[in-house]
Design a protein around this ligand. Structure first.
Ligand code: PLP
Length: 442
């Protein structure tokens, strides 16, 4: 017999559901990101930027399904397009025209996207990029940034969520596994470089020059503090990969929302491959990899030799393709600029709230993304972004305040904006945040 989960009277139904969920799923869920103390909240419905839970409380949604929703919930045009497709069938062992239309649309957003393939998640997109890089170069190793999250593929998962005592020296970050049982051979094939430190990164890469298939980098890694990669860091990685026969792979699973053609538009160089996911699915599970035609050819079964057999039962299913195409067409250049301007306004208001409350807190992020750190100055890398237990406690209290006053956030105290938001919602957020700072007193 389990002890009943304590809950506020305002969340009785969620508490009861979680009690049941614990019987059937480890931790009572299928993804740990929904967990909150003392129990997760269960959604009833969402419309625009508002979500109502099953106990009837409505909140403004800055979590957007972990940054995956760009137009909020149930956008009428997405709903209409998907409903029409639902009646025609959801998945076939045939190709569909909408896959080509969506491929054409995404390739038109970025001159570096010569070819594209669809998969079902960001994890799969990253896995496919790494396998394509290995197939193209014939080399075993990949390099990644310390602390950066790229999904669940063994090789991409190395070196994040690690405890400080496992980090290794700053000029030689350790290949720390996340999952127990990760084979040592996997760890040997992952080279970890520090973020935004071109000199140290290049010195490490040089030691593996002939073995590296690619360098994987997120241009604004969330777990590394949500600070943009510097121009000099990206240029150094681009030059190094080009000079050493390796590929530059960008993870734009989240950051693609920051510019029309992805965050990479801000840099003078172009990656060889880009992984996408989240928002390009229009609310449905998705991933994609795009880039150089000659590299993407490793997946071509009509080539003389198929170097990387690549498939997936639900890849490019017409529901996701229809939702994604509709959502991305709506997210045109004007929509991107408007959303980014609103986000700049929000970051400005957050900074003002920090000053008014006089708290040792800072905000980072760009485009439609922000993260609030319980630290006086913005971090510069994974190690400086690391949260002390005291900071973690304050953050939890602040998140509780925001949730209890009608706002949903990602549990790192990060958020994203959606095109469904207006000045009204961001001003309401800033006001409650200011009271939150005054209440929890970081
Ligand atoms: N890459 C980045 C930057 C992510 O943030 C995530 C997910 O949060 C992934 C990859 C993995 O995507 P998915 O959860 O769709 O597998």
């Amino acid at each position: 017999q389990q002890t009943p989960i304590s809950s506020s009277p305002a969340a009785q139904r969620s508490a009861a559901l979680y009690q049941k969920a614990l019987q059937f799923m480890p931790g009572g869920c299928s993804r740990n990101t929904v967990l909150r103390q003392p129990h997760p909240l269960y959604a009833d419905a969402g419309r625009g930027c508002y979500v109502t839970d099953i106990d009837g409380m409505q909140r403004i949604d800055f979590a957007n399904n972990m940054a995956a929703l760009i137009h909020g919930h149930a956008h009428p045009q997405v709903v209409a397009a998907v409903t029409e497709q639902l009646h025609k069938g959801t998945a076939f062992t045939l190709a569909t025209e909408v896959e080509i239309d969506f491929a054409e649309h995404l390739c038109s957003r970025n001159p570096g996207f010569k070819n594209i393939r669809f998969v079902n998640s960001g994890t799969e997109a990253i896995m496919s990029c790494l396998k394509a890089a290995r197939a193209f170069t014939g080399r075993p190793k990949i390099a990644k940034v310390e602390g950066a999250y790229h999904g669940l593929y063994d090789f991409a998962e190395v070196s994040q969520t690690a405890k400080p005592e496992n980090w290794g020296s700053p000029d030689h970050p350790a290949s720390v596994p996340v999952a127990h049982g990760t084979p040592p051979t996997t760890l040997n094939d992952v080279i970890v470089i520090p973020f935004n430190d071109p000199e140290t990164a290049i010195a490490i890469l040089d030691q593996h020059a002939d073995e590296l298939a690619c360098v994987l980098v997120d241009p604004m890694p969330h777990r590394v503090g949500l600070i943009p990669a510097s121009e000099s860091f990206i240029t150094a990685l681009s030059n190094w990969t080009r000079n050493h026969g390796a590929l530059l792979v960008f993870d734009e699973v989240i950051t693609f929302r920051t510019r029309y053609g992805g965050a990479q538009e801000r840099y003078a160089v172009q990656p060889d491959l880009t992984a996408m996911g989240k928002m390009i699915g229009g609310g449905f599970p998705v991933g994609a990899l795009a880039g150089r035609r000659d590299v993407m050819e490793v997946m071509n079964p009509r080539a003389n030799q198929l170097l990387f057999p690549h498939s997936g039962t639900f890849s490019a299913n017409p529901i996701t393709m229809t939702a994604g195409l509709t959502a991305m067409q709506l997210f045109d250049r004007d929509a991107v600029s408007q959303l980014n301007a609103l986000s700049d306004q929000l970051r400005g208001q957050i900074t003002e709230a920090i000053q008014l409350a006089d708290v040792p807190v800072c905000v980072t992020g760009e485009g439609s993304m922000f993260r609030i750190h319980m630290k006086p100055t913005p971090p510069t890398d994974y190690r400086s972004a690391y949260e002390t237990p005291q900071e973690a406690r304050i953050k939890s209290a602040l998140l509780d305040h925001l949730f209890n006053h009608g706002f949903m956030m990602i549990n790192t105290c990060s958020g994203t904006l959606s095109t469904a938001m207006t000045e009204k919602e961001i001003s309401a957020f800033s006001e409650v945040l200011l009271n939150g700072f005054r209440t929890v007193k970081p």
